[in-house]
Design a protein around this ligand. Structure first.
Ligand SMILES: *[C@@H]1O[C@H](CO)[C@@H](O)[C@H](O)[C@H]1NC(C)=O
Ligand SMILES: *[C@@H]1O[C@H](CO)[C@@H](O)[C@H](O)[C@H]1NC(C)=O
Ligand SMILES: *[C@@H]1O[C@H](CO)[C@@H](O)[C@H](O)[C@H]1NC(C)=O
Ligand SMILES: *[C@@H]1O[C@H](CO)[C@@H](O)[C@H](O)[C@H]1NC(C)=O
Ligand SMILES: *[C@@H]1O[C@H](CO)[C@@H](O)[C@H](O)[C@H]1NC(C)=O
Ligand SMILES: *[C@@H]1O[C@H](CO)[C@@H](O)[C@H](O)[C@H]1NC(C)=O
Ligand SMILES: *[C@@H]1O[C@H](CO)[C@@H](O)[C@H](O)[C@H]1NC(C)=O
Ligand SMILES: *[C@@H]1O[C@H](CO)[C@@H](O)[C@H](O)[C@H]1NC(C)=O
Length: 889
């Protein structure tokens, strides 16, 4: 089905007395007056005066007008620190049509002000703002004039504001005071309601933005106006009936009686209700019972079904005249977070049931896609979310140190079947609880929940990122005697305020206070558990850089892994535009500057050195690009091992642990060109990890591992139906492209939604049976097939030794030929030897390979390339490089 209303119409507003508009037929004048576009911008001493786009920010304006180069170039985050330390003023002059000015109510609406500002209209102060995550609606009717009107928004430096707030909070400190030096960031970000990572993070630069980051407009009406429409489908299982809780936020100029008609035409459900709208902005809720005879098509996560929707129309009448008319999409689905005792295990389960079906969450964590949010285009969002579903992800966690994403993000998640774990924007810190702070947070939470709750993609609200853990495991050296103060603040903010508001606004989905948390057990322990990382409860975040990531025994067998990961460097083509030649070695100032995680660059090499020979080319540029490659190989292999461990643990309880039902690695995307835990680089290029994710998240997956010399192959299935599968294991010699031998297991029943062992054998016996093989001379590939011999799921591999110790591994001398094939391109490879981690790279030509980073155990292989802009065989052939493990030394 095509969307019935364009997005522009849906996101705009809506209602005007006396006219009977179809939503899309409104003219700009009827709707109000947009104040977006070119404003004037100046700094505090007037030395800089320039045009600035709204929506936008100071950094973007300075760059667009040529005052500064690309802020992401080399060390510019530090060079241009002064921008956020200055105060800035945005001004615009506009005229207002008389018919708009003469309306009963005229409102000046700011969809987003970043962050601390005084707003004045024609010299009269109309508001002070302090929260980037709020919309501000200001009544300004009397202040508008005939002729020119002047609107001025004066911003105080967010860094100055945060520091002043800190000083005012003198009774006790609210840690952390400052980020670690390696992040080169600003202090006290927890004192300002702003994207927390904008003062720097361990994967991102410090760019405390300033500006009008969302739209500004005038809205005018005589009788009433619809501010927000939301709808929550609720299911009553005792009578198998759906009802739609429809909420209208209406601003009325005067008391108005009328009728409201709710209708879902495709479900033959309609209801007309009497309504009385009182002056001011208020919330009105209505319930539409859906006919029990209706066959409702449910919304499902990607991989579990489709994402159908219905059209809800809402009309308001006064004296028979249509005064309000709008429509929106409605998606029906239920979600439960199941925390109940498990036989044979202490603790509680922790998994999501969607439409009654347990669903394993596969995916990663989402961070802001840009430091300058005005530069996040629809294409960037689409490409990243498409990359997520194409890698067989069905879930993303919108992490609490960024922003509540724009509407389009959630619209796309709805359409693509991506489940969203939505954090509130608090991360890795203690927070103050003064009255002013709580008041602005309360407004933020109400507005964001009202804006987002109609999206079926959001399956859970979560109060903060890691703040329970920070308190429980004392990240900030809080003296024991003072701990109760911090616990009290914690409970006040997340439980007594945020949780209560969310549960009042939205009974349709679960709320967790933190992540990681023990969930029900944390609540039992007064909201701060002794060990929020307890694998028997809730979700777990786990990182270790020094332990060998090829050893699955180092990973906690959690109920739900919501964060884990390893860093890597992005590819050379991503770094090249923001660096110069002297930066291109692993020991350069640039390489250390971009690394915001203490010791990160060394950790990557140490982890890689456990299994790989490190690059040692005498050509410095080759050595650098090879090092970038080896960090990606390391990361891909580490996250693969850990994720496969979680997926094969979904059905088992071992030593009281297991029944894992979620694997969300850290992190999907990048905010700039730098080393990080991401699987997609800034600009959208897939790292090796993302290609691996496409396999390790596939619905049916063979997983191989060893436990005390016993080799097991598990079949993991997220399907709804049962399969009958056997494992086919092929033993290869590192020295020879012809396989050594092949073993086949019996056919085993693999129930839908399970992980079962299909093959188990002592490794030494397996190798002895195969002849000519030892751990260091051979490796295994394997796949699953049904009884008709059809392969199910991808092929996988298991190394019996580290590739650095592999006997007989040779330089494969891979040759590649690019061809045009119908609309797309193919690369045909020929290899002279077994080649691990074969990596195709076409530099800065944007696009995606059909597979990449693969193990080549055949002489020939053809890989597709989908280009995102026009290109040619010649251009691709010139740009293409093929690297495999032995090419780097
Ligand atoms: C005005 O402010 C700019 C930016 O902060 C600064 O570089 C400049 O020195 C200031 N000029 C004067 C005259 O104070
Ligand atoms: C910004 O404004 C604040 C408050 O008025 C003032 O204290 C501070 O000095 C100003 N900063 C600059 C760079 O002018
Ligand atoms: C659910 O249906 C039952 C049986 O018809 C009814 O008693 C109950 O009130 C309904 N619950 C809600 C929340 O509507
Ligand atoms: C409206 O919401 C309130 C609480 O938010 C609830 O008590 C009431 O039952 C709701 N009314 C309808 C018609 O859903
Ligand atoms: C690297 O940074 C250090 C310290 O900031 C500086 O002294 C040195 O000159 C820089 N080296 C180069 C090559 O830029
Ligand atoms: C790859 O080429 C090198 C140099 O020509 C040669 O020594 C080597 O044997 C080749 N590798 C294979 C597997 O044929
Ligand atoms: C591999 O490709 C070469 C050259 O295109 C061809 O001669 C050969 O038959 C192919 N081998 C296999 C096993 O497909
Ligand atoms: C790099 O290391 C490999 C393997 O240890 C070795 O064979 C090769 O000679 C080394 N190359 C250089 C340039 O040091």
């Amino acid at each position: 089905m095509e969307p019935f209303v364009s997005r522009v119409c849906l996101s705009l507003l809506w209602l005007f007395s006396g006219v009977s508009p179809g939503l899309c037929s409104l003219t700009e004048q009827q709707r109000g007056l947009s104040l977006n576009g070119k404003w004037r911008l100046s700094n505090s001493n007037g030395s800089l005066k320039l045009p600035a786009e709204v929506p936008g920010c100071v950094h973007s304006a300075l760059q667009q007008q040529g005052y500064i180069p690309n802020p992401y170039f080399r060390f510019n985050d530090v060079s241009y620190r002064w921008i956020a330390l200055d105060n800035w003023t945005y001004t615009t002059i506009f005229t207002v049509p008389v018919q708009l000015r003469l309306k009963q109510k005229v409102l000046l609406v700011f969809d987003g002000v970043d962050t601390v500002a005084s707003i004045s209209l024609n010299g009269v102060s109309v508001a002070k703002t302090d929260n980037m995550f709020r919309r501000y609606r200001l009544s300004v009717g009397d202040l508008l004039r005939d002729g020119d009107n002047m609107l001025e928004v004066s911003f105080l430096s967010p860094v100055t504001f945060a520091s002043e707030q800190r000083k005012a909070h003198s009774s006790y400190r609210v840690p952390p005071e400052c980020p670690p030096d390696v992040q080169k960031g600003e202090c006290h970000v927890n004192f300002i309601r702003k994207m927390q990572s904008s003062f720097s993070w361990d994967w991102g630069p410090s760019f405390p933005t300033i500006g009008l980051w969302k739209g500004v407009r005038l809205e005018a009406f005589d009788v009433l106006q619809l501010v927000q429409l939301s709808s929550l489908p609720l299911y009553n299982s005792s009578c198998s009936q759906w009802r739609l809780q429809v909420e209208l936020i209406v601003e009325a100029a005067q008391t108005t009686h009328g009728q409201v008609r709710l209708s879902v035409p495709d479900l033959a459900s309609e209801q007309t209700l009497e309504a009385q709208f009182l002056p001011g902005r208020r919330k009105y809720n209505f319930t539409l019972y859906i006919s029990q005879r209706a066959q409702i098509k449910l919304w499902w996560p990607s991989g579990h079904g489709n994402q159908p929707f219905y059209r809800l129309t809402v009309s308001g009448f006064q004296d028979g005249l249509l005064v309000l008319s709008t429509e929106s999409k409605v998606f029906f689905r239920t979600v439960e977070l199941v925390q109940e005792p498990i036989t044979g295990s202490p603790g509680l389960s922790f998994y999501f049931r969607i439409n009654g079906k347990p669903v394993f969450l596969k995916g990663s964590n989402w961070i802001p896609a840009h430091s300058f949010q005005d530069q996040v285009t629809p294409d960037i969002l689409k490409n990243l979310l498409r990359s997520a579903v194409d890698a067989n992800m069905n879930a993303l966690r919108v992490w609490g140190g960024g922003v509540y994403e724009q509407d389009l993000f959630y619209d796309l998640c709805d359409e693509m079947g991506i489940m969203v774990w939505q954090d509130f924007m608090f991360a890795c810190a203690m927070y103050p609880t003064e009255d002013g702070f709580l008041q602005t947070v309360r407004k933020e939470v109400i507005q964001q929940v009202q804006r987002l709750k109609s999206h079926p993609s959001i399956i859970i609200w979560s109060g903060n990122n890691e703040n329970e853990a920070a308190l429980a495991t004392d990240w900030f050296n809080i003296p024991t005697s003072q701990r109760p103060t911090y616990v009290k603040d914690y409970v006040e903010l997340y439980v007594n305020n945020i949780k209560l508001i969310v549960q009042e606004e939205d009974q349709s989905r679960p709320f967790l206070v933190s992540s990681p948390t023990n969930g029900a057990e944390s609540e039992h322990e007064g909201w701060v558990a002794a060990n929020p990382y307890d694998p028997h409860y809730g979700d777990v975040h786990f990182y270790s850089y020094s332990l060998d990531c090829w050893d699955w025994k180092t990973f906690p067998r959690t109920r739900f892994a919501s964060e884990y990961g390893f860093q890597s460097w992005p590819s050379f083509s991503t770094l090249e535009p923001v660096s110069v030649q002297e930066d291109w070695h692993y020991g350069s100032n640039f390489t250390s500057h971009r690394q915001h995680h203490e010791g990160g660059n060394q950790q990557m090499l140490q982890q890689a050195a456990l299994h790989f020979i490190l690059p040692n080319s005498t050509d410095p540029l080759k050595r650098f690009t090879h090092t970038l490659y080896i960090t990606q190989v390391m990361q891909a292999q580490c996250v693969k091992t850990q994720t496969e461990f979680y997926r094969r643990s979904r059905s088992e309880i071992t030593e009281g642990k297991g029944r894992t039902m979620g694997a969300l690695y850290w992190q999907l995307n990048d905010i700039w060109q730098a080393p990080s835990w991401s699987s997609v680089e800034f600009g959208g290029k897939w790292k090796m990890l993302h290609y691996f994710a496409q396999s390790f998240f596939s619905s049916v997956l063979p997983v191989g591992f060893e436990d005390d010399d016993m080799l097991s192959i598990y079949a993991v299935s997220d399907l709804s139906h049962d399969l009958r599968l056997r494992a086919v294991v092929t033993v290869h010699s590192w020295a020879d492209l012809d396989p050594v031998c092949r073993l086949t297991s019996a056919v085993i029943l693999v129930p839908g939604g399970s992980a079962v062992a299909v093959y188990q054998r002592n490794t030494a016996a397996l190798l002895a049976g195969c002849g000519r093989c030892s751990r260091s001379s051979c490796l295994l590939t394997f796949h699953l097939e049904d009884s008709d011999g059809n392969q199910q799921g991808p092929s996988n591999h298991h190394f019996l030794c580290s590739p650095k110790d592999a006997q007989g591994l040779q330089k494969p001398n891979i040759t590649a030929k690019v061809q045009e094939d119908g609309g797309g391109f193919t690369v045909t490879l020929r290899s002279a030897a077994v080649a691990p981690f074969v990596w195709l790279d076409v530099g800065s030509i944007p696009g995606r390979f059909g597979s990449n980073g693969f193990l080549m155990v055949t002489r020939n292989k053809t890989v597709e390339f989908a280009a995102w802009r026009p290109t040619s065989v010649a251009e691709l052939s010139t740009s293409l490089t093929v690297t495999s493990l032995t090419d780097v030394y």
